[in-house]
Design a protein around this ligand. Sequence first.
Ligand code: VG1
Ligand code: CO
Length: 543
Amino acid sequence: MSIITVSTTPFKDQKPGTSGLRKAVKTFQQPHYLENFVQSIFDSLDIKGKTLVLGGDGRYYNRQAIQTILKMASANGVGRVLVGCEGILSTPAASCLIRANNAYGGIILSASHNPGGVDGDFGIKYNITNGGPAPEKITEGIFENTLTIEQYSILESADINLSSQGSFKLGDMDVEVMDSVKPYGELMESLFDFEAIRKLLTGGQFKMCMDSLHAVTGPYAKAIFEQKLGAKEGTVINGVPLEDFGGGHPDPNLVYAKGLVDILFGDNAPDFGAASDGDGDRNMILGKHFFVNPSDSLAVITANAHLVKGYKEGLAGVARSMPTSAAVDRVAETLGIDCYETPTGWKFFGNLLDAEKATICGEESFGTSSNHIREKDGLWAVLFWLNIIAVRGESVEDIVKSYWKTYGRNFYSRHDYEEVASEGANELVNQLRNQFDSLVGKTYGNYTVKYADDFSYTDPVDGSIADKQGVRIGFTDGSRIVFRLSGTGTKGATVRIYLESYEPDSSKQDLDTQEALKDLINIAEEIAQIKKYTHRDAPTVIT
Ligand code: VG1
Ligand code: CO
């Protein structure tokens, strides 16, 4: 075994997006592409002798990438690497392992909700000591290194066998192949009342269905729901992780998790349904014939946190990403706690959680979690809901409706135009920016524009600034339209349009969401000329 130094030249396209570097598998398979990025991570950190966690969502190219990264870590002087069995770790489990083992950081291989397989996507991101995604000052340093890289180091050796737990040496570096499910399951048991949930799931009345969409949560969900909590076998569907996720988008929303939606909206529907994404950090919650909007889910979790073991002492505060509806803001106000509004992406919650300013965080994109780790956590949200149901003894629909009755309902929808031409998408946003001054005061039917701006965020802990985080058009009655370009897509651009209005009157809360938002949808078209710039008649995904 010897360390070799390989000459290389920079790729110019290795700028991390909302959640790490995401590209087509074919891009990652170019000679030196993965290696350049990994060396750029190592060069921007002091990792000599340190412990790192390594794992991925099991998608195509995961195995090869893990072996390459292990050999590079050894060549770069890393002391020890904790790697999940078969190289698989869900994103929340990776965050859990970093924290539980006081690791210096971790490398997570995932393109999350993007499709996998030879023609799908791959991704890589670096997480810091707190277990969370690296903040922008670190990802920018990594990106700068990718622009000037001239060489990387790698150990010449055979691959390590990752199929069972054990300790190995790779050059001077220790490799520990870990049980990737157990520590995470124990963390969940410390937060939730497993006894109460077991009673609910084994009582014979309540039925649930968990769709892992052929992605990483399958083994975790089976261990927790079927083995630990006694749900009957078959509760977890699509529970074997596949390299191509069975050809689907492992994205838990109404379009890409249609199989589960059909079950929950069909005859003999179970009482509770849930799905998670490729890397296990997202969740969708469904009741019998009922969809829980993720922004509402965050608010319901916050409003009911006192019923749940791990949170009954109260919450320090809550945080939501800017495009997430303001539903949770009202709950926070009632609880008398602070509510922070951050840019899109989990990395912005890290400082708030570390500084104990927030306990629970969430995004409209089916992401919720708390200070137990520093990533969003799909199964955590599912267990939170089950715990609430077990305590309250009510259906999902009743829990959400009683929440609306108390706090009012934020009608909320996101319209995604996926894989449109980048040029048109950029023009769409830029022409909105040019309209900011002229929009203020303009009236559209019952709506008058109060403000039009670009969202900018100053981190209350370290003062760092993130600007141009989404175009906001706010109306005098509190309604909003937000426009953003996705930072996770790999083909062309994805335009996201977020629509929100508030209805305090419980007799008007049963309207269909798209119906309730139809005026705002028309105003968005009038102001932004979406059809013209995207060349599309309708969104690809409506949530
Ligand atoms: C999307 C979501 C964002 C989420 C990010 C990563 O980003 O909107 O809320 O944090 O994905 O989620 P974008 O830039 O495409 O809107 V995941 O599950 O990839 O880790
Ligand atoms: Co994800």
